[in-house]
Design a protein around this ligand. Sequence first.
Ligand SMILES: Cc1ncc(COP(=O)(O)O)c(C=O)c1O
Length: 370
Amino acid sequence: MSVGMLNLQAQFRTLRDEVMAEITQIFETQSFILGSRGKGLEESMAKLSGMKYGIGVSSGTDALLLSVMALKPKPGDEVITTPYTFFATASSIVRAGARPVFVDVDDQTFNARADLLEAAISPRTRALMPVHLFGQMVDPAKWLAVAKKHNLLIIEDAAQAVGAKFNDTVAGGFGDLNCFSFYPTKNLGGAGDGGMVLANDDALAHDVRINRVHGGKDRYFHDQIGICGRLDEIQAAVLLIKFKYLDQWNHRRRAIAALYNQGLQGTPAITPFEAPGAWHTYHQYVLRVPKRDELMEHLKTKGIGNMIYYPVPLHLQKCFDFLGYKEGSFPVSERLAKETVALPMSSELTDAEVAEVCEAIRGFYGNGGA
Ligand SMILES: Cc1ncc(COP(=O)(O)O)c(C=O)c1O
């Protein structure tokens, strides 16, 4: 049997009646943008992460863009982040008029190293942007200590980590502006694009809220130049339905990860590391493996989905040439780009499918020896 990276059709089958009733209702009322469902989702997300305000936006990318815009950066102002992440983390910084500065990642958690932050701080640094990669949070205490000492804001890129925890802190619960993506493949995924910014500070929340509608508090009166970044009601409705199952689904992902870890024992694959205190939600289950490309080919011939996140770290992307980094600037990120592979992962994956993927990998490595 083939095993896909995810199985959104199976998830939809369990939610069909609820979802279709809501969609019908939205069409009956013809109220499509910024309505009661969006408000409900904002409240649910803010509550989950223990923040005061939720601001529903059009995507995770726009959540980040609006958050960096809220810093009102001047040309040359810097935001420190990781080069081993999705493109939007750094592109949002540039699009908002600031400059990304990268620090390398930890080779076990794949997250940016807090102990490298101070050396990267300059008089132009305005904010830190930790990314909770693949569903595992950075250690909030370490990032908060640096931010406090140097008077910097934190923008959490929690796009991949809805519901993840580090000790008692939930993802999106410790930064000043905290960003989520509801892209359909995310742990909480909509029926299109969607995102959320969480904040505690009144002024920052206000800024994001007005900038998602062209920078005007009152329609057709523009205090600043914002974007068209609203969340629509269809997304909010689907997400509110799915929100009820999020915790259950995240638990299932963790159970699947445990099955994978067990099933891959004795192979040369390095299974994901969970830092002490982290409650990983496995948006992706990512291995470090020898002979990565050959393994991927082998899985492909067996009909088993697999993916590289991310094949080229951001400091080596053509569009970021102007930042002046080169090959060797961030050796761990560069190595991970060559050694990692993501396996099928979704809350709908069955135990039998996990066993099949493990079996294929064991077969490739000859039951243990690469
Ligand atoms: C780490 C990270 N940041 C930002 C984003 C952007 O989110 P979206 O695709 O909703 O714009 C994503 C989504 O893939 C992501 O994984």
